[in-house]
Design a protein around this ligand. Structure first.
Ligand code: 5GP
Length: 213
C-alpha cells in the first residue's frame, strides 16, 4: 500500500470517529438552574465560551416584553401572551411555566431539535421547576446542575446591586429562592457560587465528565 492509501484509510477512520463523537453529543441536555441572582447565567456563558463547537444555548420563548439591549432570536423568542397560549395548546413546548405572575417562559421542542441536528449538546439557563421537568423527561441524557448562592443574604445583596429589579420584585425573587433551595438535592450536582473562578472550573469539570470531552 502506498502512503496515499494509508492516509485515506486513516481519514475515513477519523471521520468515522468524529461522526460517532457528534452522535454522542446529539440528544444530550445540560441544565443550569438556580434561584435568580445566583450567577447561573455567568456560568452558562463560561461553558459556551469554553466548548463552542460542542454546546449551544437553548433560546427560550417568553411572553415578557424585550428588556434593554435584548434581541429577538438571541436572548429569547418574544411572543405575545396569545401566541404563547396558542403554542401551548399546539403542544409545541417541552416545558413551560408561569415563572412570575402573568409572565410565561418555555422551551420549544423545535429549538432543541435545531441544536441536536447540528450534532451539539444543548445547554439551558432555566428556572428550577423547568430544570427538574426536563431532567424527569430526559433522565440519563440530561445533566441537571443546581447553582447555589452562598446565602440568602448574599443573594439579596446581589439582586440589589444589579439594580434591575424593584424592591417588590426582589422580595418576590427571594421568597421564590427560599423554596427553590429546598429542591437542590433533586439535581445531579450542585455548584456553590461563592468564588466565581472556582465555580467556573467546577462547571467545566462536570460538563466535561458528562459529555466525555
Ligand atoms: P428573565 O426574565 O430575568 O430573563 O428570566 C426570569 C427567569 O425565567 C429566570 O430564572 C430564567 O432562568 C427563567 N427562564 C428562562 N427561560 C426559561 C424557560 O424556557 N423555562 C423556564 N421554566 N424558565 C425559564
Amino acid at each position: 500500500m502506498d502512503n496515499r492509501g494509508f492516509y485515506s484509510i486513516l481519514t475515513i477512520y477519523e471521520i468515522d470517529r468524529f461522526v460517532l463523537y457528534l452522535q454522542m453529543l446529539n440528544g444530550k441536555l445540560i441544565i443550569f438552574s438556580a434561584p435568580s441572582g445566583s450567577g447561573k447565567t455567568t456560568l452558562v456563558r463560561h461553558i459556551l465560551k469554553t466548548f463552542p463547537n460542542q454546546i449551544e444555548f437553548s433560546i427560550s420563548a417568553t411572553s415578557r416584553p424585550k428588556r434593554g439591549v435584548e434581541e429577538n432570536g438571541k436572548d429569547y423568542y418574544y411572543l405575545t401572551p396569545e401566541e404563547f397560549k396558542q403554542r401551548v395548546a399546539n403542544q409545541e413546548f417541552l416545558e413551560w411555566e408561569e415563572v412570575y405572575a402573568g409572565t410565561h417562559y418555555g422551551t420549544l421542542r423545535v429549538e432543541v431539535e435545531r441544536i441536536w441536528a447540528k450534532g451539539k449538546a444543548v445547554i439551558f439557563d432555566i428556572d428550577v421547576e423547568g430544570g427538574l421537568n426536563l431532567k424527569n423527561q430526559f433522565k440519563r441524557d440530561a445533566l441537571a446542575v443546581f447553582v447555589m448562592p452562598p446565602s440568602i443574604k448574599i443573594l439579596e445583596e446581589r439582586l440589589h446591586s444589579r439594580s434591575t429589579d424593584s424592591t417588590e420584585s426582589i422580595a418576590r425573587r427571594i421568597a421564590k429562592a427560599e423554596k427553590e433551595l429546598k429542591t437542590a438535592d433533586l439535581f445531579d450536582v450542585f455548584i456553590l457560587n461563592e468564588n466565581l473562578e472556582e465555580a467556573c472550573s467546577k462547571a467545566e469539570e462536570v460538563v466535561k465528565d458528562f459529555l466525555v470531552i
